[in-house]
Design a protein around this ligand. Structure first.
Ligand code: IPD
Ligand code: CA
Ligand code: CA
Length: 270
């Protein structure tokens, strides 16, 4: 099992290096370089090259590990082993429109459990990371939200539906509860960053439907290690692996999470 101080540092260095490359590409990025994957789902060489660089670096650092990456650079899940879940650029639409935030999201799973994760938000140049049992950090600053405020004293982050509108009515019901029961709702366009900012106490809670494992894996560990709770719309998941694949997420400090979960539970009947 080769995950230790050395590989942790190496992984953080790799994330910083790929982040610097993404920021450099942003300086001369042109909209003609954008491709459409599906309705409102954009991609460019920046996403693909960043994923390739991450996979290459991680293969050297932890040779026995498998990968699940959004851009499909290498799909080689090792059942029961160590696996990386990678979103090389979370917030691609923001990146293309030259808007912050956008981030690298990288998580390491050990069997069914999240073991380590990092969200590198490039707009503010802040590297968040967490390790199971060790805590959550922004660079070296420890994050704690265990005593965070109730939702009526807080902000709720979310992502709006943009390609699958089937659950719109349920979604609007939760939004209505958030409008009436919190200080306000924010939609920034990078789910990984939303979760990192919950862990950092900027947002008190977050919910979204339809997210993929690479959008949420690192952020889940950040929130949990900061003392918050993360689950599905109807309650806790059986395992981290189930949670990252559940396509529904509610996160927050303990009190705000409980309130938001009660709203998603009653509004969505999934
Ligand atoms: C997206 C962002 C966004 C969320 C979308 C994701 P991408 O990821 O996380 O906040 O609302 O559902 O797909 O495509 O920019 O990596
Ligand atoms: Ca994403
Ligand atoms: Ca992405």
């Amino acid at each position: 099992m080769s995950w230790d101080e050395h590989t942790r540092q190496g992984t953080l260095d790799l994330v910083r290096q790929v982040g610097a490359w993404i920021q450099n590409e942003r300086r001369h990025f042109e909209t003609g370089q954008v491709e459409t994957k599906s309705l409102n789902s954009l991609v460019s060489y920046v996403d693909r090259n960043a994923e390739d660089s991450l996979i290459q670096g991680l293969q050297t650092l932890v040779p026995e590990s498998g990968f699940l990456g959004e851009e499909g650079g290498s799909q080689s899940w090792v059942d029961g082993g160590l696996n990386w879940i990678i979103d090389p650029l979370d917030g691609t639409t923001n990146f293309i429109h030259d808007l912050p935030p956008y981030a690298i999201s990288l998580a390491l799973m050990d069997g069914d459990s999240l073991r380590w994760g990092a969200v590198y938000e490039l707009g503010q140049d802040q590297l968040y990371w967490a390790e199971k049992g060790l805590g959550a950090f922004c660079e070296t600053r420890r994050l704690t939200i265990a005593d965070g405020p109730a939702i009526d004293q807080g902000l709720v982050a979310t992502g709006f539906p943009y390609h699958d509108f089937d659950l719109m009515e349920s979604y609007l019901k939760v939004l209505r509860a958030c409008f009436q029961g919190s200080r306000g709702v924010r939609r920034f366009g990078s789910a990984a960053t939303d979760l990192a900012w919950v862990a950092d106490g900027r947002f008190q809670a977050f919910f979204e439907h339809g997210l993929a494992p690479w959008d949420v894996a690192a952020g889940i560990l950040l929130v949990r290690e900061a003392g918050g709770y993360v689950g599905t719309f109807s309650g806790p998941a059986a395992s981290d692996l189930d949670l990252v694949h559940s396509r529904q997420i509610v996160a927050g400090n303990p009190t705000a999470h409980a309130t938001l979960e009660s709203w998603t539970k009653t509004s969505f009947s999934l």
